[in-house]
Design a binder for this molecule. Structure first.
Ligand code: SF4
Ligand code: SF4
Length: 96
């Protein structure tokens, strides 16, 4: 089965890659992905105190979450700006 494709203004096809996961253990809560996302997919929340990834010295008390993953348009911007490679992206089968 083929994947969903879009078309550039110049008529060239491209394949969107949609965000499917965010590695909270690696996230430092910098907010870069939140700022670049055009679809308000992300929400910054407080890390739970019993989260094993919480590190007072690293000041990572805030963590990004996928609040509205279904709104992703697959632009890939979040993955390009994240300094910790937290995001996983995947194309979407047409009709899936
Ligand atoms: S791929 Fe684009 S639309 Fe999707 S979550 Fe990342 S920045 Fe937002
Ligand atoms: S860009 Fe990466 S490290 Fe920064 S808040 Fe987003 S997921 Fe976390």
């Amino acid at each position: 089965m083929s994947n969903i494709t879009g078309v550039t203004r110049g008529g060239k096809p491209y394949e969107p890659t949609f965000v499917t996961a965010l590695n909270a253990d690696n996230c430092i809560g910098c907010g870069r992905c939140y700022k670049v996302c055009p679809r308000e997919v992300f929400e910054l929340v407080e890390r739970a105190e019993d989260d094993p990834a919480f590190d007072e010295d690293e000041d990572n008390s805030m963590v990004m979450t996928l609040a509205n993953a279904q709104d992703c348009i697959g632009c890939g911007s979040c993955g390009r700006v994240c300094p910790k490679q937290c995001h996983t992206h995947s194309p979407l089968p047409a009709g899936g």
